[in-house]
Ligand binder design. Structure first.
Ligand code: HEC
Length: 150
């Protein structure tokens, strides 16, 4: 059966609407999302390093631990929003696998959120910090190994 030309035109239009080219605004949004991700990851890294500095006794600021652990736990909570589709690309270290394996990626994010929340709790009750910090470090690595370019 031949399709009438109007149906073909309709299909072509629907295909176009389903994958419109990026507007300048959308491209700027993706670049903005990637920059924001870099800055937020640097903040996460900074709090981790500050915690390590305190635990290695490079500074005497044990009273700062709740501040860094609290910030880390809060930043872990917003991690799921840092990877909108389209925000990868050659200028970022975010690998396409993030958007190809969303379920597995979500598990890595959850592991990080749970580890950071646990560290914050342990700091709160004055528990053993070593294992709690190690668990957070493993969550960082657990995601970077598969989803961040070297
Ligand atoms: C769920 C995945 C995931 C977790 C968990 C994670 N990261 Fe990242 N991180 C990434 C990705 C992906 C990038 C690359 C981002 C980009 O280039 O757009 C990155 C980038 C970074 C960067 C470089 C920032 C830049 O772009 O210059 C630092 C520093 C960093 N992460 C530290 C950490 C630390 C420390 C932890 C744990 C406390 C952590 N990350 C947890 C995925 C993760």
């Amino acid at each position: 059966m031949r399709m009438p030309n109007s149906s073909l035109a309709c299909i072509a239009l629907l295909t176009f609407l389903a994958s419109p080219p990026l507007t300048a605004d959308e491209a700027a949004n993706h670049e903005g999302a990637a920059k924001y991700r870099h800055h937020t990851m640097h903040a996460i890294g900074g709090h981790m390093q500050a915690i390590a500095d305190i635990l290695r006794r490079h500074v005497p600021h044990t009273d700062h631990l709740p501040i860094h652990a609290g910030a880390l736990a809060a930043l872990a909570e917003i991690t799921p929003t840092l990877f909108p589709p389209g925000s990868g690309g050659p200028n970022t270290e975010a690998l396409p696998a993030i958007w190809e394996n969303p379920e597995d990626f979500a598990k890595r994010v959850s592991a990080f959120r749970e580890a950071a929340a646990n560290l914050n709790d342990v700091v709160g009750v004055g528990g053993a910090l070593g294992p709690a910090v190690k668990r957070v470090g493993q969550a960082c690595k657990g995601c970077h190994d598969d989803y961040r370019a070297e």
